[in-house]
Design a protein around this ligand. Sequence first.
Ligand SMILES: C[S@@+](CC[C@H](N)C(=O)[O-])C[C@H]1O[C@@H](n2cnc3c(N)ncnc32)[C@H](O)[C@@H]1O
Length: 268
Amino acid sequence: MQADFRIAKNVSQSLKRSLKTGGLEVSGRKIIARNRSDLSKAWARYYDLLAAQFVERIGRRRFRVILEAGCGKGQLTIPLLRRLPREVKVIAIDSSKGPYAGWSKVLSQELRRAGLEKRVRSFRSDARRIRGIESESVDIIVSNELLCDLPYDPQLEKALIEFYRILRPGGFMIHGEWSSSPAAEPQAFLVKHWPSWTPDQLFSIMRKNGFHNFQVTYFDTTIHFGYENALKELQTWGATKRFLRRNDAVLKREGIELPYEHMVECEK
Ligand SMILES: C[S@@+](CC[C@H](N)C(=O)[O-])C[C@H]1O[C@@H](n2cnc3c(N)ncnc32)[C@H](O)[C@@H]1O
C-alpha cells in the first residue's frame, strides 16, 4: 500500500466545534489525533466504527463462518469479533510478508491479549491460493485494505476465483478500501491512496467472476493527525525524509487526514 501526497491550495479550516469523547477529540465524523498520546486511541476508535459499518452491511444475514482476508495485525478483526455473536467463527488469513512480515505474529499476540483466540482460526495464506479451506464452506468474506495490494487484474482475479470457490452459494462478500480521492474537505495535504481500485472497476471484475447484487457504501469517518502523528503516518506510508523536510512548515500548521473508504459488497 502506498499513498500519494500533494499540497492543496486550500488550507483547512481549523477544527472547530470539536468535542471530547472518551478522552479523544471528535469533530463530526473526524477523529482528532492531535498528540502522540491520542494516536492509538484514534486508530482504535476508527477501526471500531469501521467494524460497526461492516456489521451493519452484513445486516440480518444468517452466518456462522466469516473469512477475513488480509487481516494484518487484527486491526479490524478484533473490533469485528467484539461486535459479532459469540458462536460466529472467524478464519483470518494473511500472507504476512514484505512490508507486512511479522504481522501474523502480532495478530496472535493481540488475539490472546483480547481473549479472543478461541474464536479465530488464523494462518498465513496468500488470498490467491487459499489452502485448507473447503469449497463452499464460508458464509461471509470480508477484507479491509487488501484489494489495493492486488493492483493488477490477474492478481485480483486469482483472489476473486478463490473467494468464489470458498463462499457458499448465496454467500456475501464485502471489501473496504481507502478511496483514491482525498477526503473532500479542503486541507493542506491531500492524502491520496494509490493504487486503489474504483468501485466501477470492482463492479466489472467481480461481475465477470460470477458475483452479483453489487453495492457500494462509504465510510466517511477520517482521522486528523497533528504534526507528530502526521510525520509518523507519512513515514509508514513511504514518504521520504526529503519530502518531510520540505513540507515541515505546512505539516506543523495543518497535519494530515485519512481519505474516506468505499466499501463494495456483492453476493455469490
Ligand atoms: C494495508 S494492510 C491492511 C491490514 C488490515 N486489514 C487493516 O485493515 O488494517 C494489508 C494486509 O493485506 C495483506 N496481504 C497483502 N497481499 C495479500 C495476499 N495476496 N494474500 C493475503 N494477504 C495479503 C498484507 O500482509 C497486510 O497485512
